[in-house]
Design a protein around this ligand. Structure first.
Ligand code: GLY
Length: 405
């Protein structure tokens, strides 16, 4: 009788039990997978791994122009950071250099920050190579050409995109990540105007991209002459008013980084608001569905909506950093614990690729409305996963998360 009474609680405990994070085991796994990827890469472009679609084992390769081109070189820099093996440094250098033309060509997209800061930015942090610094400073100036002072943000897509009312001005939430390059450049020999552009972009986005509950629109379209907001819409999410998981994770990461760079408390407060609404609405395993409002996601039986492991990896990395800024010790610890739990789940058999394919992770969703990269392995999930693991390791060792070798 006694057993019958406690059994449901034991079972409940099992269902919600969180796996523990073994950070070195997970990092070693990443190094082993990276070695497998490396062994099968083409010798000429396109040779940057982007995705492995569900049911396949072969990478799709892209060249330096693709928005995700910085993630493989960036991943290699993180592998070098963990192993300190010069073999990985040489690979990271070589793949980063493939992206060099982006610094000196006309900006065709806002993604330059993603591309160049994940690759050369990490390279500079770990090696101090002056070539990388020159390339990054030139890229920051190139990115700044997309800034519209009447609107106060950087244009994301300088071309017609359905529903964006071209030639009006569009800005997507993802663009917050590109600000890191501008902040860095303004403090390392670039124009001070780059700092002002980054702050203006973060502030204007804070004022226009969020609903009263702090969930974000993926895209805001502005009148390019008056700067007035025309509309908030989605591009990769379920609906204009829904919380697209990766969009919100870019917001969490972007405002945490903006606080680091500005030390303006309004950004720290905002980073917590956009994190809290995301955390409150997560499923029990802390890995979001691709959109928090996708059909059936709120129903108790949780149907087979695709997950987005990439959003979880981005968020875990950001929350680890946020936990170092929040003064309320209980709240800071909550962010850190949640991030470690996310990483523990991502490191389980349910999410690691292991023998399924050579990527680090399964179950990311790129662009569900286009039916592209649904429940797939994607390079940015791997990049933010290894970044977050390194951050978790450094925090355990009481080192700064951006520390050098
Ligand atoms: N920046 C594009 C995406 O997150 O899919």
């Amino acid at each position: 009788m006694k057993y019958i009474k406690i059994l449901p609680f034991l079972l409940l405990g099992q269902v919600h039990a969180q796996p523990k994070l073994n950070v070195d085991q997970a990092l070693t796994y990443c190094v082993d997978q990276a070695a497998k990827i490396s062994a099968t890469l083409p010798t000429t472009a396109p040779n940057l791994p982007r995705n492995i679609l569900n049911g396949k084992t072969q990478w799709k390769y892209i060249d330096y122009k693709d928005w995700t081109s910085g993630f493989w070189p960036g991943t290699l820099w993180y592998v070098y950071e963990y192993t300190k093996d010069p073999k990985w440094r040489a690979k990271a250098d070589s793949f980063s250099r493939e992206l060099t033309p982006l610094a000196y060509s006309k900006a065709i997209d806002h993604d330059l920050g993603f591309q160049m800061y994940c690759s050369f930015g990490n390279g500079l942090r770990l090696t101090g190579n002056p070539d990388y610094k020159k390339i990054l400073l030139a890229t920051a100036d190139t990115l700044a050409t997309l800034f519209n002072p009447k609107v106060g943000t950087i244009l994301s897509w300088p071309r017609p995109v359905p529903n964006m009312e071209w030639p009006q001005h569009n800005t997507i939430m993802d663009n917050m990540i590109n600000l890191e390059l501008l902040f860095w450049a303004s403090k390392n020999g670039g124009s001070k105007k780059l700092y002002d552009i980054a702050v203006s972009h973060a502030t204007t986005t804070m004022n226009n991209h969020f609903r009263p509950d702090y969930t974000s629109y993926h895209v805001v379209v502005y009148d390019k002459e008056t700067g007035k907001k025309i509309k908030g819409v989605t591009h990769q999410g379920y609906a204009d008013n829904s919380m697209w998981a990766r969009g919100q994770s870019w917001a969490i990461y972007g405002y945490t980084m903006t606080y680091r760079e500005t030390k303006d408390p309004k950004f720290l407060e905002f980073a917590q608001k956009v994190s809290d609404v995301y955390l409150e609405r997560l499923p029990h395993d802390l890995i979001p569905y691709w959109d928090f409002s996708a059909p059936g996601v709120d129903s108790p039986d949780r149907p087979n909506a695709p997950k987005d492991a990439s959003a979880a990896a981005v968020t875990a990395s950001a929350l680890l950093e946020l936990s170092t800024f929040v003064l309320d010790k209980t709240k800071a610890q909550m962010y850190r614990t949640k991030a470690e739990q996310m990483l523990a789940t991502l490191s389980s058999a349910a999410y690691q690729s292991r023998s399924v394919n050579d990527a680090f992770l399964l179950h990311s969703t790129g662009h569900k409305p286009n039916n592209s990269e649904v429940d797939a392995s994607i390079n940015y999930a791997d990049y933010y996963y290894i970044e977050a693991l390194l951050r978790a390791k450094k925090l355990r060792e009481e080192k700064g998360i951006l520390s050098k070798l």
